[in-house]
Design a protein around this ligand. Structure first.
Ligand code: BES
Ligand code: MN
Ligand code: ZN
Length: 509
């Protein structure tokens, strides 16, 4: 999809609105998208449209057909006096109550309605509406990401086309004349983030027999090539040489060889400490010998969504050319039962030297992450953030709205929470207090890999915390947010928006 920016009003040097591309009344487009506020006289572009159509919109308001309620949409076709083939009127709610949340909601509603029109090009004026506490760049990123997100389709595994692809190809976004430059940059950023999300979704949606550890490694290698990143991909022998006994205990039962993937983006001087992102890359989680029940097990192909999101984030960061250093680390493996598989009660030695009693082979995410987190020490990171579909308990705690955020650092936690709010990809903080370590006691090893049912997400985070003492660390449990189940089954691309916003903010400091 192609995005461009135009001024919504003539800038000072220009005589006519048309010269600045702001003549929306006459603009030739498949669909002009216009906001309407609730409980107030028509204003702005809606008022101009009303005048040009001899009061059509005013009459609709009187009849109660156009009320501006948040998220409502009304589509008008070929109205005399307007240049657009269609005009999509979008309810923005009450102007005084317009905030980031309601604006994003109106944006998503407008996107849905616009796509169903099958318009091939659109003129999008919502980005010219000021939103309290947010700048125009934010509104543009929000629109671009919402448009790309809603038009994403995963058809790679279909032998023939079922539904026609979305028709929308070109969108012109209008902004105040003074904001044009910032908006152009924001549109590029939004596009880069959307590309990162699309990669994350593709990797998640691919089945386990295609998206194997080797496939993830090949994806990282081709990203490295395309964006001039450096990559390092380790196989079983090298992983063993590193003494990653916890990681290897998970891959033992599988015929697919594990891969340990390191991808480096250098956007700043080498002396700048990097942000390290670690993603759980279990390309299929059967549970191992502690086998999962069959129902819905197909969704465990999504157990590599943490990995997908750190690769997607690196893609976005590289495309944006952010001036900081970021490293992605992905331990990739299947978790399978077999004669060679790790058994409940087996004790393994992690790269850190800590011994772990594997009481449940289905708590495998923490086993692969702990070795990756130890490996991360060598980069002397400014911060390490791991992303994992780690616990079913996180879905019980937070549902599918917020990702779980765990960190002992208030500063890092607050930065991540704020980035999530800004990007509309929110997280909610849960504790990682040492009091919970009690639940991870083992009679036979240094630590057990499960802590019982109470606070299952917290004890998982506490397990990881034992391997992160050398740096600032945060953990995102995306079990409830990385994909959707049911009729709309599919990866969401989360938490790529949160992570990229965090990195954009980090660059700006
Ligand atoms: N990948 C799962 C977590 C998961 C389950 C995510 C369902 C999303 C939906 C993880 O490896 C797992 O199996 N965790 C166990 C841990 C338990 C054995 C302590 C869980 O959550 O049941
Ligand atoms: Mn599991
Ligand atoms: Zn898992």
């Amino acid at each position: 999809m192609d995005f461009s920016i135009k001024a919504s009003e003539p800038s000072k040097g220009l005589k006519t609105a048309a010269a600045a591309g702001g003549d929306a009344i006459n603009v030739k487009t498949d669909c002009l998208v216009v906001g309407v506020f609730e409980q107030q006289a028509l204003s702005g572009l809606a008022k101009q449209l009303d005048t040009a159509s001899k009061g059509l919109l005013g009459r609709m308001v009187k009849r109660g057909e156009l009320d501006g309620k948040l998220g409502s949409t009304v589509l008008l076709h070929e109205v005399a006096g307007w240049g657009a083939a269609r005009v999509l009127l979008v309810g923005m709610g009450r102007e005084a109550q317009l905030n980031a949340k309601s604006f994003a909601e109106a944006t998503r509603a407008a996107v849905r309605a616009l796509i169903t029109t099958r318009a091939a090009d659109a003129f999008w004026s919502l980005t010219a509406t000021p939103v309290s506490g947010r700048d125009t760049a934010w509104a543009v990123r929000t629109a671009v990401i919402a448009l790309r997100d809603a038009t994403y389709r995963f058809t790679a595994m279909k032998s023939k086309v079922e539904a026609p692809a979305p028709a929308l190809r070109k969108v012109v976004l209008t902004v105040a004349a003074d904001d044009v430059k910032a908006a152009r940059n924001a549109a590029l950023q939004g596009g880069a983030i959307a590309n990162g999300m699309a990669l994350t979704k593709d990797l998640g949606n691919l089945p386990g027999n295609v998206c194997t550890p080797t496939y993830l490694a090949e994806t990282a290698r081709s990203l490295a090539k395309e964006f001039k990143l450096s990559s390092e991909i380790l196989g079983p022998k090298q992983i063993e040489a590193l003494k990653m006994g916890a990681f290897l205990s998970v891959s033992r039962g599988s015929v697919e060889p594990p891969r340990f993937i390191v991808l480096k983006y250098q956007g700043a001087a080498a002396k700048n400490a990097p942000i390290v992102l670690v993603g759980k890359g279990v390309t299929f989680d059967t549970g191992g010998i502690s086998l999962k029940p069959g129902e819905g097990m197909d969704e465990m192909k999504y157990d590599m969504c943490g990995a997908g999101s750190v690769l997607g984030t690196l893609r976005a960061v590289a495309e944006m050319g952010l001036k900081l250093n970021v490293i992605a680390i992905v331990p990739a493996t299947e978790n399978m039962p077999s004669g060679l598989a790790t058994k409940p009660g087996d004790i393994v030695t992690s790269m850190s030297g800590q011994t772990i009693e594997v009481l449940n082979t289905d708590a495998e995410g923490r086993l692969i992450l702990c070795d990756a987190l130890t490996y991360a020490e060598r980069f002397k990171p400014a911060a390490v953030i791991d992303v994992a579909t780690l616990t079913g308990a996180c879905i019980i705690a937070l549902g599918h709205i917020n990702s779980g955020l765990f960190s002992k650092s208030d500063v890092l936690a607050d930065q991540l929470l704020a980035a999530g709010r800004l990007a509309g990809d929110t997280a909610w903080r849960l504790p990682v207090e040492d009091e919970y370590q009690e639940q991870l006691k083992s009679n036979f090893a240094d630590v057990a890999n499960i802590g019982g049912r109470p606070a299952g997400s917290v004890t998982a985070a506490c397990f990881l915390a034992r391997f992160t003492e050398k740096y600032e660390w945060a953990h995102l449990d995306v079990a409830g947010t990385a994909w959707k189940s049911g009729a709309a089954k599919g990866a969401t691309g989360r938490p790529v928006p949160l992570l990229t916003q965090f990195l954009i903010d980090r660059e700006a400091r």
